[in-house]
Design a protein around this ligand. Structure first.
Ligand code: 1GP
Length: 225
């Protein structure tokens, strides 16, 4: 069993984007704590399986962030189940999860699953639009969502998602203050080592995505080892 509590850095790979073998090798051997495969659109069982098989050549732990019931497949070390705490649509909070459990709940090995309580803050990102997230939040709102995640729902992960734009460090700090046990994941717009350092000071785990596809060397610089 992989201990997420030890993680500090994760590369998130989008199965709908292309990555060369060479770049993938560099990412997997960079010293990152894990690779998570996940995306918002164009995610198919085929492109997930393909990418999983390629990452599996390396020793790095590999997780799947589940975005639909149809694309869940065995073979990952860990499975992340997102619930969007600031969505206006119950489908993304408990709806899809309920549907999945009705179908597969009895088959699931719970040791492999971790629920991520998402709070999406970049109104322009695809995930915010898809889930109808209320991104107009104050620091106090975010702090309350952090408390909701930990104190009320006992979720293992609270995920501050700024996907595509670099977030406000003071919001991340505020969320962290409310969390004693729940891990704080931060993702969004990290494109340099200094940004990685800044957010890694505040969050437990930083997630690096887009820059992988724009500038692989800059992406590698975000691994703080
Ligand atoms: C996306 O949080 C991750 O889900 C990372 O964000 O792609 O902006 O790095 P970026």
């Amino acid at each position: 069993m992989y201990d997420v509590r030890e993680w500090r850095h994760v590369f998130k790979l989008d199965p709908n984007k292309t990555i060369s073998d060479e770049a993938l090798e560099k990412l997997c051997e960079s010293g990152t704590d894990a690779i998570i495969i996940g995306g918002t659109d164009g995610v198919t069982l085929e492109n997930i399986l393909n990418l999983m098989a390629r990452v599996r050549r390396y020793a790095v732990p590999c997780g799947l962030e589940i975005s639909s019931i149809e694309t869940v497949t065995p073979g990952f070390d860990l499975y992340f189940i997102p619930t969007v705490l600031n969505s206006a649509d119950t489908k993304w909070i408990t709806g899809l999860q309920h549907e999945a459990l009705k179908e597969y709940g009895e088959l699931m090995n719970w040791e492999e699953f971790l629920v991520q309580g998402y709070c999406i803050l970049n109104e322009d990102c695809k995930a915010a639009k898809l889930t109808d997230a209320n991104t107009k939040l104050t620091k106090d709102d975010v702090a309350a969502y952090a408390m909701l995640a930990e104190k009320m729902f006992h979720l293992p992960i609270f995920y501050l998602e700024y996907s595509g734009s670099y977030g406000d460090p003071s919001f991340v700090a505020e969320a962290k203050k409310k969390l004693d046990h729940t891990l704080l994941f931060y993702g969004g717009g990290i494109t340099s080592r200094s940004q990685a350092e800044e957010m890694a000071e505040l969050a437990d785990v930083i997630i690096v995505g887009n820059i992988i596809y724009e500038d692989i060397n800059a992406a590698l610089q975000t691994v703080l080892k």
